[in-house]
Design a protein. Structure first.
Length: 407
């Protein structure tokens, strides 16, 4: 075979390869190819292997069928209160009809962007700044509805429209920050005032209750003091008349009191009766004489020597007896010991028997406890105190009974 034959064979093989390449098309997944035959739309190729007629069919365009996300640059928009805000939008769309996306519009990305800008200005123009900042869902819904309706003939479905950012002017941002700061300061001032109010109310209520309790304590103290003084006066009065003091003893007591009256620095003048004997006689008659208690001033019937004009009419003792007071003090001491023991246990420190020794009544090594008996009253009306408990280490108190009369 000569050289021209090889050239022709090579050209034939090259032509066959070109025909095969142009005739066989492999379309990837989620992609569509628009095929034109002799310049006219023929068909749309989906994913897979396809055969074309070489030099008759050609691929016009390839369309991506996946959902696409397009972010548009910030657009200046004027609100109803004449404020210019900058808004960034994000569009999520998907091509549903590749033929319409190719033949109905030149560039559907630019078309969606311009349609979004015009629709956004129309929607924002009917709202003020406050509504624009707080109505994003409403704006997104209106934009999606308008864009989906307009892009339907392009074979495009708009799935979502999001406002990425809404930026008011710098001066408006400063005013909004001042407004929010003032609002927070107002709320803080209100909360502080409410706290001060509650504190003053609680303080006043505590002062009121404290004053009431102090007044009750003072009243009870005054009542108990008056009862004690009255009881003491009656006891002295009864003891004087039961002892049947004679004039000599009363005169001696009178002479003992006279120097004390003169020793007071407030007494500048000391008057002594001219008839001291008569004064002592009248004083003696007043203490040791007959008890005058009749309404008309007459003397009462004579009473025996050593008898009290009160008889057995002494009022009962309303104060707490020493034995009962001692028992109450011991009970309070036991409660305080129990509280201290429980507090030491709850503090986490180990139990120390030596620290507790002597704190419990009746414990080993401590002070033995005694049961106090209530006071008894004999038939004569005088109060008989119970016998004091015998303490091992306590000294015996001397007898407090009055000394017999020298007479």
């Amino acid at each position: 075979m000569d050289q021209p034959g090889y050239i022709i064979l090579a050209l034939v093989i090259l032509f066959v390869v070109i025909v095969v390449v142009r005739a066989v098309r492999i379309v990837p997944q989620a992609t569509a190819l628009i095929i034109e035959r002799l310049g006219r739309y023929s068909r749309t190729l989906d994913a897979g292997l396809h055969l074309l007629i070489p030099f008759v069919d050609r691929v016009r365009a390839g369309v991506d069928l996946r959902e696409q996300v397009v972010s548009f640059p910030p657009q200046p928009v004027i609100t109803s209160d004449n404020l210019v805000v900058s808004i960034d939008t994000v569009i999520y769309f998907q091509v549903t009809e590749p033929k319409s996306a190719v033949y109905e519009i030149f560039n559907y990305i630019i078309g969606i962007e311009q349609l979004t800008v015009t629709t956004l200005r129309n929607v924002i123009g009917s709202m003020d700044l406050e509504q624009t900042l707080t109505s994003r869902d409403q704006i997104n819904g209106q934009l999606r509805g308008v864009l989906d309706e307009a892009t339907g003939k392009w074979g495009i479905r708009v799935n979502r429209v999001e406002l990425k950012s809404i930026d008011p002017p710098a001066s408006i941002q400063g005013s909004m920050e001042q407004q929010m700061r003032a609002e927070r300061d107002r709320r803080a001032a209100i909360l502080t005032a409410e706290g001060v109010k509650q504190s003053q109310i609680l303080t006043a209520e505590g002062d009121k209750q404290g004053a009431i309790l102090r007044a009750e304590g003072s009243a009870q103290a005054a009542i108990l003091t008056a009862e004690g003084e009255a009881r003491a006066i009656l006891q002295v009065f009864d003891a004087v008349h039961r002892g049947d003091a004679d004039p000599k003893l009363l005169a001696y007591q009178y002479l003992q009191i006279l120097p004390k009256l003169a020793a007071s620095p407030a007494n500048k003048v000391w008057i002594i009766p001219s008839e001291l004997t008569g004064a002592l006689s009248q004083l003696t008659q007043g203490f040791a004489g007959s008890f005058t208690g009749q309404p008309d001033g007459t003397s009462a019937p004579a009473r025996p020597v050593g008898a009290s004009p009160l008889g057995a009419d002494l009022p009962p003792v309303v104060l707490t007896s020493p034995a009962e007071a001692l028992a109450e003090a011991r009970r309070q001491s036991a409660l305080a010991t129990a509280d201290a023991t429980s507090a030491g246990t709850l503090s986490g420190r180990p139990f120390d028997p030596s620290a507790e020794l002597g704190q419990r009544p009746g414990a080993a090594g401590g002070v033995p406890s005694h049961r106090s008996e209530p006071p008894t009253r004999p038939a004569g009306g005088a109060v008989k105190e119970p016998d004091a408990p015998t303490e091992p280490d306590a000294p015996t108190e001397p007898d407090a009974s009055p000394a017999p009369n020298p007479a």
